[in-house]
Design a protein around this ligand. Structure first.
Ligand code: SF4
Length: 369
């Protein structure tokens, strides 16, 4: 057994060299066993959680034009849109019909592009209106990238922008926009995007203000394995400094209809395999000893790999995601295959009890639905 495997088996904190050694380990089954043991140390009960939520992508207009993104339309494009409030409320009615009316029982993941026409006031008004009409909805909204832009556009400090959004109803912040937390990688796949220090600062400030966030990683494009480890190290270090990440979620780059995907010389040239996904989340579970939950990405991996991931460190199947537009724009969609009943069945048939939760991982009665 290598030193990294031995330390992982002993439940000790891993170094970045250990993580690199685990990525190089050819024995995926052993890696999974160690990651599952780490998961059981954190969550010994034989349960897997999920929540009832939907995405709303309020606009697809975005000036950042990341090369890995198939979702955006540049300002002025014919296919650019901004959803009206009635349209968003109709989607929220659908969510509540499934999720029920118990406080915070339904999750709205609200994200979009960096649309030069939408300022901080627009979001404050929207959030206030959503909270007034849908108090049962937990507003999990806006990536670090969007928040940085809103603060910049309003010429206010980042903390002020987050405080204003929080006062209007923002309850937590998703980890989107992290991609790979290495400026060298960002320069290659989305050079107009915020820098690593800026992404971290949004999450640092949010945690200090008492707003929980999640951490994500999009891998399998232009990064090296060492840069994946660098990413994990950034997340773990910030969590040591200001705890507030509730979960870590990883998925692989979806290349279809993207500028990056169209040029094989700029990325690894083929989608990451299920093997690579399972290895990456297993190493993440072992390395991120201070992040409580690991969430599967069934939207990108499909239900079968998502189910297998429950033995590679994952303890949560994520959201029902009644609507998804970003990943499906890049040619991958499993939303037709996975509904609430399927999620519960996947969990049960893997030998766990499905438990519904809210965004902050508190249990929600099944009868709320
Ligand atoms: S990933 Fe986000 S910031 Fe980048 S182009 Fe797409 S919508 Fe814009």
């Amino acid at each position: 057994m290598t030193d990294g495997l031995a330390r992982a088996a002993a439940g000790e904190r891993l170094s970045t060299d250990d993580a690199l050694a685990l990525f190089a380990c050819p024995d995926l089954a052993t890696l999974g066993m160690l990651a599952h043991a780490a998961r059981l140390r954190l969550h010994p009960e034989p349960v897997v959680t999920y929540n009832i939520g939907r995405n709303i992508n309020y606009t697809n207009v975005c000036w950042v034009r990341c090369d890995f993104c198939a979702f955006y339309r540049a300002p002025g494009h014919d296919e650019g849109y901004v959803l009206g409030r009635d349209e968003m409320f109709a989607k929220l009615d659908e969510l509540v019909a499934v999720g029920g009316r118990q406080a915070d029982s339904c999750e709205l993941l609200l994200q979009g592009g960096l649309n030069p026409k939408l300022g901080l006031d627009w979001f404050e008004e929207l959030f206030t209106a959503i909270r007034a009409r849908f108090p049962m909805v937990h507003l999990h909204a806006l990536s670090a990238t969007e928040i940085i832009y809103l603060a910049h556009r309003a010429r206010v400090p980042l903390a002020t922008a987050i405080e204003r959004l929080h006062a209007a109803g923002l309850a937590s912040i998703p980890g989107a926009g992290a991609e790979i937390l290495s400026d060298a990688v960002r320069d290659r796949i989305g050079f107009r995007k915020d820098r690593v220090a800026e992404w971290l600062e949004v999450h640092r400030v949010a945690h200090r203000l008492g707003l929980p966030t999640t951490a994500t990683m999009m891998f399998g494009h232009a990064e090296t394995v060492a840069q994946r480890v660098e990413h994990l190290e950034q997340v773990r270090r910030l969590q040591d400094e200001t705890p507030g990440f509730t979960a870590f979620i990883a998925w692989n780059f979806q290349p279809d209809h993207t500028a990056l995907g169209a040029d094989p010389s700029r990325w690894q040239g083929r989608r990451a395999t299920g093997f690579d996904y399972l290895r990456t989340i297993a190493v993440a579970r072992l390395f991120l000893d201070n992040v409580p939950h690991l969430q599967a990405s069934w939207v990108t991996q499909g239900p079968k790999i998502a189910q297998v991931s429950l033995f590679y460190g994952v303890d949560d199947l994520g959201s029902t995601m009644l609507e998804e537009n970003v990943v499906s724009a890049a040619g991958t969609t499993h939303t037709d295959e996975v509904d609430l009943g399927t999620m519960r069945r996947l969990i049960r048939s893997a030998g766990f009890t499905p438990i519904r939760r809210d965004t902050l991982y508190r249990p929600v009665a099944e009868t709320a639905a």
